[in-house]
Design a protein around this ligand. Structure first.
Ligand code: 3PG
Length: 415
C-alpha cells in the first residue's frame, strides 16, 4: 500500500520488487558514542536498521547501506566500522564495510555486491555535500548522486529520523532513481498517523526536555485544536511557568532565555491568550545543597530537576482519559535516577490507560526499563527520531519525505 504523507503519497518498499535488484538504502544509525572508547552506547536505531537489512537480504536484493554518524568536528563524528559489526550481530547477516563513500574503492566494492549480500559505506558526512542543506533538485545534480545513482535500481529511505535534513544522501537520489520508504520510515509515519489522526480524542501531548524553540513551534502547530491537552515538564514546563508570570531562580531563567530564542515570551503569551490547552507543572523536586526538596511552582528554589507529586497526579488524571498520548522529552533530569520518577510515573499512566502511546526518543527506553514487562508490552511505538519527530509535530517540512513523494510522481510508483 502507498504510504500517505501530508495529502500526498510515497511508495512503500513492501510494494516494490527487490529480488535481484541493486538497492541503495539510507539508514539512520547515527548513535550516541562514548568519546573515549568509541563504544556505541545505544543500539535502538541499529536494531531497527538490522531488521530492514535482514528483510532485504531474505528477499534477494543486493544491498548497499549508508548513514551518517555525528557531525564533522564533534566527538561522535566517527567511522561506521563498528556499526557494521553491530549490524552483522543484530541482523544475523554479514554486513561488509568499506572505508570510503564515493571514491574508487567504494565504487569497486559496490559493483561486487551480489544478491543476498550487504555492504555498508563509510560515514556519508565525510563527503561535504552530505552536510550541506540544499533543495532536492540541487542535490540530485551533485557529485555524490552522480557517482552513486547509476550503480542502483532503487533508493530506499529507511531514515525517517534524518528526513528533516535536506542533505545529499537524504534527498538527492529519489529524483534520479525510483525511491521508496523502508519499514522503519513507514512505521514512524504510521505511528504518528495513528496517534494524531486515527485513535480518536482526547489527544494528549506531553512536551518535556530542553529543546525550547522546537517545543514552542509544536505548541503553535498543535495548540489550536489538533491536541486537546498539552502538558509540559522539564525545562519546557519551567518556560511556560515563566510566560505565565511565575518567578524562576535566576540561573534557570537565564537558561530559558538562552534556549528559547527571540520572541519566546510573546509567542507563548499569544498561545495562552488564544486559549491553547497548555498546562505547566504545579510542583517540582528540586536540588538544594545536594538534598532533594519538594517546592511548589509559586516558590521555586534551588535547581528544579523533576516534576512533583501534585503535577504527576494532575497529569495522570488527564492521561487516563486520553485516546492517544504522545510524549516528547523527559519531565526531569532522567540521567540522574533521583529525578527519573516523574517521567516514569507519566509513562506508567499512559501505559495503564487505553490510549495509543507514542514515545519520542531513545531516552524513553531507560524509563521503560524501570517498568514491569506487562506494561512495557503496551507501548504503541518508541520512535527512533529526535529532531525529525519535532519537525513533524510542528508541521514543518520533512525534505526526505517530500523527495520520496516527488519520486513517486516522477516514476509512477504509488499507484
Ligand atoms: C538525529 O539524531 O536526530 C539524526 O540522526 C540527525 O542528526 P543531525 O541532527 O546531526 O542532522
Amino acid at each position: 500500500m502507498p504510504v500517505p504523507y501530508r495529502g500526498r503519497v510515497i511508495a512503500s518498499l513492501s510494494d516494490v520488487p527487490v529480488r535481484g535488484r541493486r538497492v541503495l538504502v539510507r539508514l539512520d544509525i547515527n548513535s550516541p558514542v562514548d568519546p573515549l572508547s568509541g563504544r556505541i552506547l545505544s543500539d535502538h536505531r541499529l536494531r531497527a536498521a538490522a531488521a530492514t537489512i535482514r528483510m532485504l537480504v531474505e528477499e534477494g536484493a543486493a544491498v548497499v547501506a549508508m548513514s551518517h554518524q555525528g557531525r564533522p568536528l564533534e566527538s561522535d563524528f566517527t567511522s561506521l566500522e563498528r556499526h557494521a559489526e553491530e549490524l552483522s550481530r543484530l541482523s544475523g547477516v554479514h554486513v561488509g564495510f568499506v572505508d570510503d563513500v564515493i571514491g574508487p574503492e567504494a565504487i569497486r566494492r559496490i559493483k561486487r555486491v551480489s544478491p543476498g549480500e550487504v555492504l555498508l559505506l563509510e560515514n556519508t558526512r565525510l563527503v561535504s555535500e552530505d552536510f550541506i542543506e540544499a533543495p532536492p533538485e540541487v542535490h540530485a545534480k551533485g557529485f555524490m548522486v552522480r557517482r552513486l545513482a547509476p550503480l542502483f535500481d532503487l533508493y530506499v529511505n529507511d531514515a525517517f529520523s534524518v528526513s528533516h535534513r535536506s542533505q545529499a544522501s537524504v534527498v538527492g537520489f529519489p529524483l534520479v532513481i525510483p525511491g521508496a520508504a523502508g519499514p522503519v520510515t513507514e512505521k514512524e509515519l504510521d505511528a504518528l498517523d495513528r496517534a494524531l489522526e486515527r485513535s480518536g480524542r482526547p489527544i494528549v501531548v506531553f512536551l518535556g526536555g530542553a529543546k525550547l524553540r522546537d517545543a514552542i513551534s509544536i505548541m503553535e502547530a498543535l495548540g489550536s485544536g489538533s491536541a486537546d491537552e498539552i502538558l509540559t515538564g522539564g525545562l519546557v514546563g519551567l518556560m511556560v511557568l515563566a510566560a505565565q508570570g511565575y518567578r524562576l531562580p535566576a540561573p534557570v531563567l537565564d537558561l530559558v532565555e538562552r534556549k528559547a530564542g527571540e520572541g519566546w515570551r510573546a509567542r507563548l503569551a499569544r498561545l495562552l491568550e488564544g486559549g491553547a490547552p497548555l498546562r505547566a507543572p504545579r510542583d517540582f523536586r528540586s536540588e538544594i545543597d545536594g538534598r532533594v526538596v519538594l517546592v511548589p511552582a509559586d516558590r521555586i528554589a534551588g535547581a528544579p530537576k523533576d516534576i512533583g507529586p501534585a503535577t504527576v497526579d494532575e497529569y495522570s488524571r488527564i492521561i487516563a482519559e486520553a485516546r492517544a498520548v504522545v510524549m516528547r522529552g523527559p519531565a526531569g533530569v532522567i540521567e540522574d535516577e533521583r529525578f527519573r520518577w516523574g517521567t516514569v510515573k507519566l509513562v506508567e499512566a499512559a501505559l495503564r490507560s487505553k490510549a495509543y502511546t507514542l514515545l519520542g526518543g531513545g531516552h524513553f527506553n531507560t524509563v521503560l526499563n524501570e517498568l514491569p514487562e506487562e506494561l512495557r508490552a503496551r507501548v504503541g511505538h518508541v520512535s527512533t527520531a529526535g529532531g525529525a519527530l519535532l519537525y513533524f509535530l510542528a508541521s514543518r517540512p520533512l525534505p526526505g519525505l517530500e523527495a520520496l513523494a516527488l519520486s513517486a510522481e516522477k516514476f509512477g510508483l504509488a499507484g
